[in-house]
Design a protein around this ligand. Structure first.
Ligand SMILES: *Cc1c(COP(=O)(O)O)cnc(C)c1O
Length: 393
């Protein structure tokens, strides 16, 4: 073993937290920054440089719209999916308060939805929190029971970021519409993992993020269906950009990067999938051979890119410490007093002890079989040190 070389980089199995920017995306972003490039303000109407930057923004808008089968005029740029979720929930509920004050969502949504819904509760709106089944899915029947005459919006995610669970968007949207409510979905984890088609799936509002799809951090979009009933009130006021829904100078390089990332996803996303399916199968087989492993991700209706597993007899934080050469995540939240296990795992009924022993592994375009095998070796080794033999009584 050479002892002088730099330590190897950790194996990155945290694609659900963020993805690396694809080289092809980074190359496009470079064109919109420096003095000899298209750095101008896309809102500058008085010169050629502004128009050219605007053209770049509009091309990206088309690229994003194309991937979800929307019209470019239905795409509103935001700083990410967090802001898109805030705009969808708060913007829609406020704009429609005359029609009703009731929102329906689930307990295992991303914090960007959960915390926004909580903030709406403190503003006087009423929220019904659906508890999904053990697979993380909300059923149309369950949704139907929660809907009321004064429900104006239903928000349920496309793909859960901790479990990989895929909701049936079309079936849920149909139920919402049957009660006259609009349907929002957070699709940050869904881009490239499942087919997204706002027309076929009857989605009215969809949150998107670039950095979960090989684009840059700090840029996202909200799809807002062009329909008189689908209106959102701005949260950020200023120059009236984005048809008054979201003011602020548009970051051309970020937007061009998101456009390129989404266009690329349209081209190679389908080729990514069998690759990632194979990685998941290999990983699960390796885990089964290690033993004492409980898979929290659903056997059916889940994406291959996310595998959430509990390791019996091993504390998740201790395991994470022992797995320093592996970049993975726990869904736990630390506060000063304790480590709280993931609210998503608790939300689908995983017992506390197992939730404490759980890690999320997530794969992507650049993950290799070699990395999976290496990770399995590290896990086997770490567990050997942590799983102390149990006393027999
Ligand atoms: C990452 C993520 C977000 C937040 O997206 P940002 O662009 O980082 O703000 C929201 N929802 C889900 C499901 C996510 O995975």
């Amino acid at each position: 073993m050479p002892t002088t070389s730099a330590p190897p980089l950790p194996v990155y199995l945290d694609y659900a937290a963020t993805t690396p920017v694809d080289e092809r995306v980074a190359a496009v972003m470079q064109r919109y920054l420096t003095v000899d490039q298209l750095f101008a303000n896309p809102a500058s109407r008085s010169h050629m440089l502004g128009w050219q930057a605007e053209q770049a923004v509009e091309q990206a808008r088309r690229q994003v719209a194309d991937l979800i089968n929307a019209d470019p005029r239905e795409i509103v740029w935001t700083s990410g999916a967090t802001e898109a979720d805030n705009l969808a929930l708060t913007g829609f509920m406020r704009a429609n308060r005359e029609r009703g004050m009731h929102l329906v969502t689930s307990t295992i949504e991303h914090k960007a939805v959960v915390d926004t819904a909580r903030a709406l509760e403190s503003e006087g709106f009423e929220v019904t929190w659906l508890t999904p089944g053990p697979d993380g899915r909300v059923t149309p029947e369950q949704l139907e029971r929660a809907l009321r005459d004064d429900t104006t919006l239903v928000s349920l995610m496309a793909v859960n970021n901790e479990l990989g669970t895929v909701n049936d968007l079309k079936a849920l949207a149909d139920v919402a519409h049957g009660f006259g409510a609009a349907f929002h979905t957070d699709a940050a984890q869904a881009v490239g993992r499942i087919e997204l088609d706002v027309a076929a799936q009857q989605v009215d509002l969809m949150s998107l993020s670039a950095h979960k799809a090989y684009g840059p951090k700090g840029i996202g979009a909200l799809y807002v269906k062009r329909h008189p009933d689908i209106r959102v009130e701005a949260l950020i006021h200023g120059g009236g950009h984005e048809r008054g829904m979201r003011s602020g100078t548009l970051p051309t390089h970020q937007i061009a990067g998101m456009g390129e990332a989404f266009a690329l996803m349209g081209e190679v996303g389908e080729a990514d999938r069998p690759h990632i399916d194979a990685l998941k199968a290999r990983f699960l087989a390796g885990l089964a051979a290690i033993g004492g492993v409980h898979v929290n991700s659903p056997a059916e209706h889940g994406v291959s890119s996310i595998v959430n597993v509990a390791f019996e007899g091993a504390d998740g934080e201790a395991l994470l410490m022992a797995l320093r050469d592996l970049a993975v995540s726990t869904g736990s939240a630390c506060n000063s007093a304790s480590v709280e296990p993931s609210y998503v795992l608790l939300g689908i009924g995983v017992p506390r002890a197992l939730a404490h022993s759980s890690l999320r592994f997530s794969f992507g375009r650049f993950t290799t079989e070699h990395e999976i095998d290496h990770a399995l070796g590290l896990i086997r080794h770490a567990l050997g040190g942590l799983r102390t033999p149990q006393a027999s009584n």
